[in-house]
Design a binder for this molecule. Structure first.
Ligand code: PYC
Length: 312
């Protein structure tokens, strides 16, 4: 039977510390020009079907972070990027930015060196190192509130910090069980309840929850479990979550400017992070590695009932 292909989106897939990034290179929606925050709004309002077609089943899964390559607004940037996931859009994404830079290098568009990339929350400076590692100097990060106490059913009151690292986080020390894959259901349910509690407590924009505890990796300073907005957990140590963590450590005087912080994620993969001070904020630099896993063309067939993804 003849197909009715209405769109072809070329993508490059990578993973950073186990967390996938799908970069949409060509064939995505035309969002026009102007600041990326305005283009993100256009994407959300008029072209959201592309988001679900690219990252949701049957072509993707709840775990995928999508990255639409666009022309930058800032003239000195090598590219612009809008990140999205199974439920919506992300201001920034650390593991995703490492994936984007690795993808641009794979496509022959970047060589080792420094490259500025435009995002809806500001310009991010990246460095592609000769060995393949990527450093991302994130947007200024800060702690909004310390010791925010919430209650969830079946638990003593929980205390944590609300911080911005390119996304909003509620960061909580957690020792009730190890931060390992064996405890995924418990960690996910608890983090999800915390998100609802902190949202109801006056922080409605918090959409990521970061539980942290002692490391397993001998070189790491801490291990985390990060629950993303669509209830998928981050397989990587989470770049924006690590940025939010640095903001809290700096605010508590527990990490000096320029000192390394090795953040381990739930799979045992690590990011190395440092910060410099900028006024009341910190500017984190996160270093990690991505690997290219696939190149493909997504076909959108008008006759396919799930052409634009399974939209729940
Ligand atoms: O690395 O910043 C990150 C991130 C956010 C959501 C998933 N990964």
């Amino acid at each position: 039977m003849a197909q009715q292909i209405v769109a072809r989106v070329t993508v490059v897939d990578s993973h950073t510390g186990g967390e996938p990034t799908r970069v949409a290179v060509t064939g995505g929606p035309d969002l026009g020009s102007g600041p990326l925050a305005a283009r993100l709004a256009r994407f959300r309002e008029s072209h959201d079907a592309y988001r679900s077609a690219i990252v949701k089943e049957p072509r993707g899964s709840d775990v995928f972070v999508g990255a639409l390559l666009v022309e930058p607004d800032a003239a000195d940037c090598a590219a612009g990027v809008i990140f999205f996931n199974n439920v919506g859009y992300l201001g920034m994404c650390g593991h995703g930015m490492i994936g984007v830079v690795t993808t641009l290098a794979h496509l022959g568009r970047l060589v080792p060196g420094d490259h500025r990339i435009d995002t809806p929350v500001g310009v991010v400076t990246t460095t592609l190192h000769a060995g393949g590692d990527v450093s991302v100097t994130n947007v200024p990060s800060f702690r909004r509130a310390a010791d925010v106490t919430v209650t969830v059913a079946g638990s003593a009151p929980v205390r944590g910090d609300v911080a911005w690292g390119g996304n909003w986080f509620y960061l909580v020390e957690y020792r009730a069980c190890p931060l390992t894959l064996d405890h995924l259901a418990t960690l996910t349910d608890f983090a999800w309840q915390l998100r609802q509690a902190v949202n109801a407590h006056g922080y409605p924009d918090v959409d990521h929850v970061e539980l942290f505890g002692p490391p397993v990796h001998p070189a790491a300073h801490a291990r985390n479990f990060v629950l993303c907005p669509g209830r998928a957990y981050d397989r990587s140590p989470c770049g924006t979550g690590t940025s939010a963590k640095l903001a809290c450590l700096a605010a508590d005087g527990r990490l000096a400017e320029g000192a390394p912080w090795v953040q381990e994620g739930i799979l045992g993969s690590t990011f190395t992070a440092r910060y410099r001070r900028e006024g009341d904020h910190v500017v984190p630099t996160i270093t990690g590695r991505a690997f290219i896993c696939a190149e493909a063309t997504l076909l959108i067939d008008a006759g396919d009932p799930f052409a634009w993804g399974i939209r729940s």
